[in-house]
Design a binder for this molecule. Structure first.
Ligand code: GCV
Length: 669
């Protein structure tokens, strides 16, 4: 039987046919003894989902202790004397017995997360008569930052227009946003930043009175789902909006302006989570404009938010984007560490530094930023990119949790338990933020299989020890009811990142992508430009020497890592060109030269995509026509893209070196 995928419903597909026993009877009423908007929503969500997806009539029973009982652990103890094991904030307990199913949160949000987890497990056929689960998120801050402009365009968006704005106004489909809130809550996301991030399209208008009522309505919409809003604000607001002559953070009038503005905003949105700021980056204004440092910049906003319990998410993506490419003494990769490390301990307690995963910019193969683990007295978060800017723009299949698993596994070597995963779990890192991949496309993400990236992001924020494979299997099974289809889809997901790595810029050299647009190859597109991302290939060699005889970047890592990366013999080869300038005849671990490895990976990458496409074609008779053909069309475009990468890269190096492929495969002149 072909079951049609409702692409709009993402991981909430119809499950009619999945046996509800042993608890079918208990699901027919959903009891709630406590009152709060989140708990009421949790109960409403469960009954609605059961009715819609399992076709069982599940009635809400407010004020009653019936079949499936939803509540908080303290509330259930007070009302019914139930002793449930305590868990962490946002955590939950699920307990199935003969007479009752209990879904109890440590707090209200925890109950909601418990409901969605219960529903997912029920959909997967994993709830039994004895199920007992205690679960809690690793970290309290699990956020998404929208880069949507108020014009309705989405910066680096590949799934249609903005969910929030149209033509310079807050303008949205309310049901769509409720459905979005459900998706977010179901994977544990609890912060959502809105307002554009860069340039004139930024939504700084959102913090002005004509628009604050609109923002308040958005906050109302997300609140029952446990999602608090953050606002992207511009450092220049005091003069851009406030008619002050300056935004100097040490000027008392500027501090007073931010305080007044925060007071105003909180009158509309009392539970606003805070601000997100991109300063001194890519032409954005910032404290450097006044000779101030980034702690001075962040702290003035933090002081304004502190009385309201708000936080400042201050991005560490700060670098010189007006670099002279001739000048080899500047290394953009050094920037975040150079600027922020020495400020450790000078940020206010309600500042969270948000550090991009790598020192450059979400490249396919890029080392983890040396700033992780290096800050001891400052709260910080990891920044990832779910939207596929450099990873195929939701045309190419590229399953990002594969890469995030490696990032989380990176050992900073600062003391015991020093992988990013452990830093997060132990609370030394304060959370995770990312740029989402959604828009108004009916399937949310352009490429239907890119829904797995959004799902995987939330699941990893919740539990960073989950494997990419487990998440792929879980998402596939939730989305594709047929087990053999789900298996094939998981396989495709898991093969996709390594394939993408192979046909993209080789061995961590980064930026060989079409400038500005960032899709498809342009080998020298960034070479003679001000952006600071060069590979400096010549006839003999390629890459940047970032050892101490070069830019010294490698010494920003803890000594063990500096030693590891600093020697080509021990440096992970996937990243070797990020750290070293190597001659083409450099012999790699497999006994082949660097050049031959570049040729091989590019031929292989294309072949991989061809095989993935063939694998997808095998699903033709098991999928509905729309899902099948829309994904097929993307695979066909991906194959064309992989071919372009393969041929442009291989031809480029063949022309530079005049050294042929040892297998004699076709390389164009
Ligand atoms: C919104 C990259 C993107 C920019 C983005 C920037 C950022 O440079 O290309 O579009 O700006 O990252 O993270 O702020």
């Amino acid at each position: 039987m072909i079951r049609k995928i409702m692409e709009y419903d993402c991981w909430f597909q119809c499950r009619v046919g999945v046996p509800l026993a042993p608890c079918a009877q208990l699901l027919s009423s959903v009891g709630l003894l406590e009152q709060s908007s989140i708990l009421e929503n949790a109960a409403a969500e469960l009954s609605a989902l059961l009715t819609k997806n399992f076709a069982v009539l599940s009635l809400r029973a407010e004020g009653k202790d019936t079949g499936t009982l939803i509540g908080t652990i303290p509330g259930l103890k007070a009302r019914l004397g139930l002793e449930l094991p305590p868990t962490k904030p946002d955590g939950f307990v699920i307990k199935v017995s003969d007479t009752r199913i209990i879904i109890a949160g440590q707090d209200e949000a925890g109950a909601l997360y418990g409901v969605y987890r219960f529903f997912a497990l029920l959909s997967l056929g994993k709830i039994s008569a004895k199920t007992e689960i205690i679960d809690a998120p690793a970290t309290p801050f699990r956020s998404l930052t929208h880069w949507d402009n108020i014009s309705g365009d989405v910066v680096r968006g590949y799934a249609g227009k903005s969910l929030f704005y149209k033509n310079g106004r807050v303008d949205y489909d309310k049901q769509r946003l409720i459905d979005y809130a459900r998706l977010l809550a179901s994977i544990g996301i609890n912060r959502l930043a809105i307002g554009g991030i860069s340039g004139s399209g930024a939504g700084q208008a959102l913090i002005t009175e004509p628009m604050l009522p609109d923002v308040a309505r958005l906050a109302d919409l997300f609140r029952p789902f446990g999602v608090k809003l953050l606002l992207n604000v511009k450092f220049s607001a005091p003069y851009a909006l406030g008619k002050l002559p300056t935004a100097d953070p040490l000027n008392p009038a500027v501090a007073a302006w931010w305080k007044e503005r925060a007071d105003l905003i909180y009158r509309y949105i009392p539970d606003l989570a805070g601000f997100v700021v991109k300063a001194d980056s890519e032409m954005e204004p910032g404290p450097f404009d006044y000779g101030r440092n980034h702690a001075e910049g962040a702290n003035v906003l933090a002081a304004a938010l502190a009385p309201h319990g708000g936080e400042v998410v201050w991005r560490c993506f700060v670098y010189n984007c007006a670099q002279d490419w001739r000048d080899q003494s500047i290394d953009r990769a050094r920037s975040a560490y150079d600027i922020f490390k020495s400020l450790d301990g000078t940020f206010a307690d309600n500042v969270l530094l948000q550090i991009k995963s790598g020192p450059y910019d979400f490249q396919v193969l890029e080392p983890v930023s040396p700033l992780f683990g290096a800050l001891n007295k400052t709260r910080y978060t990891l920044e990832l990119q779910v939207t596929q800017e450099y990873t195929g723009q939701q045309i190419d299949l590229c399953y990002l949790p594969y890469n995030w698993e490696q990032i989380l596994g990176f050992d900073t070597r600062y003391g015991p338990r020093s992988t990013l995963r452990e830093l997060l779990i132990d609370g030394k890192m304060s959370g995770v933020g990312a740029i989402p991949n959604v828009g108004l496309d009916h399937n949310w993400t352009g490429h239907t299989l890119a829904q797995a990236n959004l799902y995987g992001y939330g699941r990893l924020c919740w539990d960073p020890s989950l494997s990419a494979e487990l998440i792929a299997r879980e998402w596939s099974a939730l989305t594709f009811a047929d087990a053999s289809v789900a298996d094939t889809v998981s396989e495709l997901l898991l093969r996709s990142y390594p394939a993408y790595e192979k046909y993209n810029a080789p061995f961590g050299v980064c930026f060989m992508v079409t400038p500005a647009e960032h899709y498809g190859p342009n080998i020298e597109g960034y070479e003679f430009s001000p952006w600071g991302t060069y590979h400096r290939a010549d006839r003999f060699a390629i890459g940047i020497d970032r050892t101490d005889s070069g830019t010294g970047y490698v010494s920003q890592y803890a000594p063990e890592n500096a030693t590891l990366f600093g020697d080509p013999a021990t440096c992970p080869e996937q990243l070797i060109l990020f750290f070293h300038r190597l001659r083409y005849n450099y012999v790699m671990h497999n006994g082949k030269t660097l050049l031959q490895n570049i040729y091989n990976t590019h031929f292989d990458g294309y072949d991989e995509v061809q095989q993935m496409l063939e694998l997808w074609k095998r699903l033709k008779d098991q999928l509905d026509e729309h899902t099948y053909s829309s994904v097929l069309a993307r695979f066909e475009r991906q194959l064309a893209n992989a071919r372009e990468w393969r041929d442009q890269i291989n031809t480029y190096f063949w022309r530079k070196t005049g050294i042929a492929d040892d297998k004699g495969r076709k390389i164009y002149e």
